[in-house]
Write a protein that binds this ligand. Structure first.
Ligand code: GDP
Ligand code: IMO
Ligand code: MG
Length: 437
């Protein structure tokens, strides 16, 4: 399951819905930059590093080596869920290959963003140390995998890396005032974190490959969205992992030939948090209306999300890039009061009509959207549970999106709760609770 826009497509809800049909739920990239909301039984859960399958006690939850993990963040998340009586014990495994975020990564992220902000080049990151940690992973010499916390040379390596990082922090901070990190304290803290995390740590690649052989049903929970993919997204305004479909296999170790279905999740309109071009952005009362009705404020940072119309040029690209076979259209209810709904079906760039997604961010910045208009329905649809009960214009909008994107829309969502979901009548793979409808 992949988000096809710039994140926050309501992936958490989809994972929660589909968990009952699976044995294993896998988070395979990203880190605590993700905030996945699940509303169930009148309770709201905001999951960050822990797979959204954790709310179903029968499912095995796996965090693979493609994830970057901040130990205090995940421990706080575990404690928060335990306090709400969510089961977390042997039903969760964390890869010993997952890369570890250290205080220097958080400082690098914060200081770099502050410095670039003054020159207007900030990415608008979540400041969770994601980029700096992935940078060290690729650079190799200063990186720590979770398994490294339990090796005899751990303290010695922390001292060595911390000394280098203190020089770096001084350089990137204004007027050489960079914070200086205490290596001994970090060794102490991370040794304690390691002791708590140890029962969860294992070789998830081996576990998942065995699960493939045993024909166990797996659900891969993408974080972020395909347009934030480091290789194929709106670079450099992206995250530092492969958040499109191409990342499933590199992040998890499970080859693509084993995937049965790729669900592309989209909002019925567009949002983006942080910097970077967003051709269909409505920085006006329409955008504010969507933000108000969709409660479009970041799950992780509470930043107001930028809002706009559905960009089908971008989504057509990410549908193909991620190998999507079926679509879930979320937050349809948010459009209920809009008299006319716009969908961007082409761009005009330098006076030319373009239907393909540009590879360079400057071209995307220059893109003027060309819209197709759909009539609104202007009635409350948030209580509807059957596809056939949706107003005609709402059905036409969903069918229109499916047609433009070239894939069937098999899930439509009209509210945060599990119940506010419709599966297409011919979606035989729907969970039993929905098939019964
Ligand atoms: P994720 O990161 O993709 O899991 O998405 P987020 O959790 O960050 O943001 C999606 C938000 O939309 C959450 O607050 C959900 O509870 C909410 N949501 C999910 N589906 C619907 C829907 O169909 N309608 C409305 N109004 N809200 C929804
Ligand atoms: P979920 O999984 C929306 C955005 C940040 C910023 C850019 C880089 O909840 O959909 P990073 O901290 O990753 O270096 O930030 O990516 N971003 C997200 N936007 N949803 C997310 O996750 C995001 N994770 C990162 O706002 O623009
Ligand atoms: Mg989110």
């Amino acid at each position: 399951m992949i988000g096809l826009q710039w994140g926050d497509e309501a992936k958490g809800k989809i994972v929660d819905l589909l968990t009952e049909n699976h044995d294993i739920v896998v988070r395979y990239q990203g880190g605590a930059n993700a905030g996945h909301t699940v509303v169930t039984g009148g309770q709201t859960y905001k999951l960050s590093l822990i797979p959204s399958g954790i709310l179903n006690p029968k499912v095995q939850n796996v965090i693979t080596g493609g994830v970057v993990l901040n130990p205090p963040s995940i421990l706080a998340e575990i404690d928060g869920l335990l306090a709400r009586n969510v089961r977390i014990d042997r039903n969760m495994t964390i890869s010993d290959r997952a890369h570890v975020i250290f205080p220097w990564h958080l400082e690098e992220d914060r200081l770099t963003e502050a410095r670039k902000n003054t020159s207007g080049e900030a990415i608008g990151t979540t400041q969770r140390g994601i980029g700096p940690c992935y940078r060290d992973k690729v650079g190799r010499t200063n990186a720590f995998r979770l398994g490294d916390l339990f090796r005899p040379n751990f303290a010695e390596r922390v001292r060595m890396v911390a000394a280098e990082k203190n020089v770096l922090l001084k350089t990137i901070a204004p007027a050489g005032q960079g914070p200086q990190l205490d290596a001994e304290q970090i060794v102490k803290d991370y040794t304690t974190y390691g002791e708590r995390l140890k029962p969860f740590v294992g070789d998830t690649t081996a576990f998942l490959l065995d699960a493939v052989d045993a024909d166990r049903r797996m659900l891969f929970e993408g974080a972020q969205g395909a347009l934030l993919d480091v290789d194929h997204g709106t670079y450099p305004y992206v995250t530092s992992s492969n958040s499109s479909g191409v990342g499933i296999s590199s992040g998890s170790g499970v080859p693509g030939s084993f995937y049965k279905r790729i669900i592309g999740v989209v909002k019925a309109y567009g949002t983006r948090v942080g910097g970077g071009p967003f051709p269909t952005e409505q920085d006006n009362e329409i955008g504010q209306h969507l933000r108000d009705l969709g409660n479009e404020y970041g799950t992780v940072t509470r930043r107001p999300r930028r809002c706009g119309w559905f960009d089908a040029v971008a989504a057509r690209y990410t549908v193909r890039l991620s190998g999507v076979t079926t679509l879930a259209v979320m937050l349809l209810d948010v459009l209920s009061e809009v008299p006319e709904i716009q969908v961007c079906t082409a761009y005009e760039i330098n006076g030319k009509r373009v239907e393909t997604f540009p590879s360079h961010v400057d071209d995307l910045r220059d893109a003027r959207p060309i819209y197709t208009t759909f009539p609104g329905w202007q009635t409350d649809i948030s209580k509807i549970t059957r596809w056939t009960d949706l107003p005609e214009n709402a059905q036409a909008y969903i069918a229109g999106l499916g047609k433009i994107l070239g894939r069937p829309v098999e899930i439509t969502s009209v509210g945060p709760d599990r119940a506010a979901t419709m599966f297409a009548p011919n979606a035989s793979w729907a969970p039993p609770t929905f098939l019964a409808q």
